[in-house]
Every structure is written in structure tokens, then in C-alpha cells.
Design a protein around this ligand. Sequence first.
Ligand SMILES: NC(=O)c1ccc[n+]([C@@H]2O[C@H](COP(=O)([O-])OP(=O)(O)OC[C@H]3O[C@@H](n4cnc5c(N)ncnc54)[C@H](OP(=O)(O)O)[C@@H]3O)[C@@H](O)[C@H]2O)c1
Length: 278
Amino acid sequence: MTARMLRLFPGPPEEIALDGAYLAHRLHERGSAGRPLVYASFVASLDGRIALRDPATGESRLPAGLVSGNDFRLFQELQAQADCFVTHGGYLRDLAAGRLDDVLQVGTQEATRDLARWRADNGLAPQPALVIASASLDFPMPDSPARHGQRVVIATGAAAPAERVAQWRAAGHEVLAVGSGASVEGGPLVDELGRRGLRSIYLLTGPRMLDTMMRGHRLSRLYLTTAHRLLGGESFHSMLAGPELGDAGRLRLCALNYDASAPDGTGQFFAHFEPRPA
Ligand SMILES: NC(=O)c1ccc[n+]([C@@H]2O[C@H](COP(=O)([O-])OP(=O)(O)OC[C@H]3O[C@@H](n4cnc5c(N)ncnc54)[C@H](OP(=O)(O)O)[C@@H]3O)[C@@H](O)[C@H]2O)c1
């Protein structure tokens, strides 16, 4: 049976199909080369955790009760609308260690062939370009981007280790310095990607990248799934790293949907927000 959810806002409550709900946002048409649309998504518990950290080993993990098939479908619909994914060194290390699944391509599984067709019908390249943000530049390059013909760019700061920059360049990779310290800064990264004609940029990243994008006023839209459970845990990650954000953190609710079925009958909210207009 096709999954349904209840749209609670805007307008009077209405039951809608879950499949296609995010494709209808047409994010690829909302950005321009001068002002790319930058979007991020998170799934969080009611107590604001996006991941738990093992206090003994320091290793982080996504707790099983946070994610659901319906949330993953909507995540893939967001992926389908991207010209470009931004990932990072930490994800590539987790991927190589088998701690996380490979989500660097879209529409490659039988269940998501419709998304590959949707990209073709909407004039998007078969796969988004890939930007890897890293300050350390110490990560393994996965082989899936080359297999799928994805353009890969490494982004770092001007103070990143010079010998590693040289190593990646010698291996044939483009390395961009977009930040004055060791880290990537949101504004310079987005400006550079816009100059390359990328209009919809999906941040498959975490708290640090969200922080720099928010401080730089470069995030256009934030998608948030809230799983209706409390996680607890003494050591955890929330959506944002860094000092208090102040007014740059004010967001306006654009839509709120309620999925009563998933993940285990407790339900979840799907919301998206945009920065408050200046
Ligand atoms: N529930 C969710 O929706 C959700 C979403 C995202 C993440 N998570 C989870 O939350 C935990 C923490 O997320 P995270 O791993 O993304 O943590 P993070 O501390 O934001 O980023 C980790 C790594 O990304 C690179 N990085 C991030 N921002 C950068 C920048 N501005 N410039 C240069 N490099 C940058 C760095 O790599 P280098 O060390 O190579 O320099 C850094 O070590 C993880 O367990 C993750 O799986 C959950």
C-alpha cells in the first residue's frame, strides 16, 4: 500500500501520498548559479539527538529507532533534486570502516529507479557532482563515484596540510581552498560551486557544516524529521556544533507533515524551515 501522511501545515489538515511529496518541492529549479539553493536534512529524536557517542570509544552511531523507511524515501527524493552533494572526510572514513551505508549515488537500486527517471526527465545529470569537505584531508577515496561517473572535488581551507593537498592533486583530484583556516567556510564554498554552475546543493554532512552555512547565511532550507521518541544517552550529537548562533539561527516553518505509521507506530514529523527573511 502506498504510504500516506497528514499535512498539518500550511492549510487545513489533508491526507497526502508520501511518495513524491518532496519531489514536488522542485529544489533544482529554485537556485541559480549566482545564488545556489543550499539544503540540509537531519533526523532527530524529541530530545534533540542526531547520533549517540559511545563514551568509552568516542565512536558515534545512528540509533536504530531514529530512522525509518519513509524517512529514507524522502531523503532519497531530496537527493534526486541535487546538482551536487557535499559530503565530508568523516563520512568517508565511516563508509570505509563499514559503519555507514553508501549514499553517494541516487536511483541506483531497483526501488529507486523512478528517481533516476525523474532526474532524466527534469534535465539533471544521472548523478550529482560530489564535494568532499575535509580539514585533515586524511580520508580514503571511495570507488563508487568513479564507477558512476561523478565529478569529485575536494574542498578544504587555505591552512590545510600542504603535503596532503599535493598528494590529492598528484592523484588527479581537484582541491579547492575555500576558507581562511583549515576548515571549509560556507560562503566561499557556495560561491565557488555557484561559479561552476551548480544550482542545488545538498549537504550530506553534519553539525560542523551546518554551523558554517548558518553563520554564513548560506543555508536556504532545512529539512527535519523528528522521530517521536526520547533517546537519552550521556554523550550525543545535536544538529549544530559551535558557539551560540544568535539571530542567524532563526527559522520559519514552511510545512509540517505527520506520519503516524513509522517507524514503529509512534510516528514522526516531517518539517522544513527556511531562514527568516532579513
Ligand atoms: N541523524 C542525522 O540526521 C545525522 C545527520 C548528520 C550526521 N549524523 C551523525 O552525527 C554524527 C556527527 O556528524 P559528523 O560526522 O558530520 O560530524 P562533524 O563534526 O560535523 O564532521 C565530521 C568531519 O567532517 C569534516 N568536516 C565537517 N565540516 C567541515 C568543514 N567545515 N571543513 C572541513 N571539514 C569539515 C571533518 O573531516 P576531517 O576530519 O577529514 O577534517 C570532520 O572531522 C555522526 O555520527 C553522523 O553519522 C546524523
